[in-house]
Ligand binder design. Sequence first.
Ligand SMILES: [Zn+2]
Length: 162
Amino acid sequence: MIGKDGQYGAGPAMDHKISLNHVVMLVAGSASVVDADRLRDLTQQNPKLRKMLMHYEQFFLAQVQQTCACNAVHDVYSRTCKWLLRMQQLVGDDMPLTQEFLAQMIGVRRTSVTAVAGKLQDAGLISYSRGRVHILDIAKIQQRACECDAAVNSHYARIFDS
Ligand SMILES: [Zn+2]
């Protein structure tokens, strides 16, 4: 997940221009697109920019590794809470989010997400209607999330504070 704190594609742009993935924008907002040749020129002229972009590439890889481990060992309930926690950090308390899309993000069937969303709504932690999730109690969601969000935030701090 990439939000206002990140970028996508700088590594391939600085090297050989091959991007193996598609990027999907879930929430409307502003983003900048920089031509790969222009970015490569800028990073050659500005070592600090190159260092910052490479740090984010390192962080993104750490986030992917943590997500792989999370999907293998943590249950759907705690993973959903972790995912909502991260989304809240990126876009705030109100998010456009269908249960189908959330199921894809968590890597489970829609029925599993529907059950978890029902539990969270019954507990008063979220409200959900017509493809929108509203966070009502982020502190309690954080308590129920697995430790992976904290681990990812720790990686971010270690990489960018060095
Ligand atoms: Zn986890």
